[in-house]
Design a protein around this ligand. Structure first.
Ligand code: GSH
Length: 158
């Protein structure tokens, strides 16, 4: 039987690989499940590691990173907030990337957050839309963005 057929769909799209492996009688050290093009498929741990490293590199490369999906209203809200604050930020639209599902699974394992938007500032995991909006309301977002170098610091002009 092909690995694709052995991988049962689960209610939750993103689960950590060891749980997925246990449920599907797989060796947790060899294979993991990822959501790819509307179905669960098996993916080697090595392949997952490559994607995890890719996600971590992107996060360390840019002051602000938003993992997003084009059709997601929460993602649009986050991008709108950041734009209104005049921040520069890197957006990755996972639904337009061939390895978007794998990246989302890697982010889920890394941060415990399986949804988009998934926002990082200066390499630190911030969270989703609710967290970003709340942090802005509390006046904490602008200092974070400024410290990250995503907003120009105009204090010298005062
Ligand atoms: N309360 C969350 C809501 C995020 C959410 O529900 N995002 C949806 C997309 S609009 C999601 O990620 N669904 C699962 C998926 O697309 O894989 C937040 O503040 O970010």
């Amino acid at each position: 039987m092909s690995p694709e057929k052995r991988a049962k769909p689960m209610k939750l799209i993103h689960k950590n690989s060891s749980n997925f492996a246990k449920r599907n009688n797989l060796s947790p050290t060899r294979e993991t499940g990822v959501w790819r093009e509307k179905r669960w498929v098996l993916c080697s741990v090595e392949e997952m590691e490559v994607v995890m490293n890719k996600a971590k590199e992107i996060v360390s490369e840019y002051p602000v990173v938003v993992f997003s999906k084009t059709y997601c209203g929460y993602c649009q809200r986050v991008k709108q907030v950041l734009t209104q604050l005049g921040a520069t930020f890197k957006v990755l639209e996972l639904d337009e990337m061939s390895d978007g599902g794998e990246i989302q699974s890697a982010l889920s394992e890394w941060t415990g957050q399986s949804t988009v938007p998934n926002v990082f500032i200066k390499g630190k995991h911030i969270g989703g839309c609710d967290r970003v909006v709340e942090s802005n309301k509390q006046g904490k977002l602008v200092p974070l963005l400024t410290e990250a170098g995503a907003i120009a610091n105009n204090s010298s002009q005062l």
